[in-house]
Design a protein around this ligand. Sequence first.
Ligand code: SF4
Length: 411
Amino acid sequence: MSSAVVVSSENLDGQQQSSSTPVIPAAENKVNLLGMSRPELEKFFEDIGEKKFRAGQVMKWIHQYFVTDFAEMTNISGKLRAKLEQICEIKAPEVVHRHYSKDGTRKWVFRVGEGAGSLVETVLIPAEDKTGLRKTLCISSQVGCALDCSFCSTGKQGFQRDLTPDEIIGQLWMANYSYMEEVPVAERERSVTNVVMMGMGEPLLNYDAVLSSMQIMLDDFAYGMSKRRVTLSTSGVVPKIDQLAKDIDVALAISLHAPNDELRNELVPINKKYPLAQLIAACQRYIAKDGNESTRKHVTIEYVMLEGVNDQPEHAQQMIKLLKNLPSKINLIPFNPFPHAPYGRSSRNRIISFQKTLSDAGFVCTIRQTRGDDIDAACGQLVGQVADRTRRAEQWQKKVTQRQEILRTQG
Ligand code: SF4
């Protein structure tokens, strides 16, 4: 049997590109090896009476050649392959929808449980830079999110559950596999160059699974990604930023979105628990942990540009003050409006003027190119057709009305 992937014929929005390929039947109690880090896999092999070096061999087949059938692992004895076939499986989450945009952006919706709400999204955005073609994958870490940032469509779905390591790494596996599906196994290679943990959910609130997944991303026996190319983006779970600094060396991004506590309390409510002074201090500690490492030379600051809300000249001045002692690169993100969003996107001129103020003050400040608009793809604002199963839709509508009222009175 060739490497197979589970793709349902269900299509959420009637667009083309969903397709069906052979489904791997899985016995209920088989162990899924996809999300195991090397130490976990080594222990697994020892536990079944095998040498632990088998872990590295199997990891390469899974994460570098995208093989899901043990029969194709030709450097492993037939006896061991038969044993593995019996007791384990390599199974990515079920794809219920996929769409490839004209500009190269790709998007997948995965089912990770029962019911309409058990869906997560993954988006791949290609871009040319001086190092060549970058393919950046925006990965989800939770089904829904408990943090309820007011500009985020994931927040309004509420929190369902944490993703498991195989569901997290499965997104990276699937994105790579999508380029290699038709390529003979021996010629397969890894296509995704960058990962941002910036999809649905707050990654630091699913800490262990995210950490384990990032270890697989960096492992030379798996994806072998450069630590500079793996970025964890958080809305500001301060104690876990300190924990992360101890556990792994990856790039850090902060979803800032507001330069003062009053506004950030409204846009990113976790700010009430960990206000800006604490957050900036945690970022400084993260960098100080190993200032010589290229990943830790700066923190990326993400700032979504919301018309009339956080895009005024005084906000740019407050940013300058807030970030003056934090080595940082600022990424301004034009808001990607979605149905019932209580905000609009700042005008191009407003964004450019905001950028100029920050650049003139000495910050590296870029504007994120909007990509994949034809498939609603934007990291951090994953919208899609995920069912809205909570009562938050009503609260959302209330916020829309309030916001419209404020904008009207401001003229
Ligand atoms: S922006 Fe991130 S942390 Fe905030 S609600 Fe959305 S997914 Fe959660």
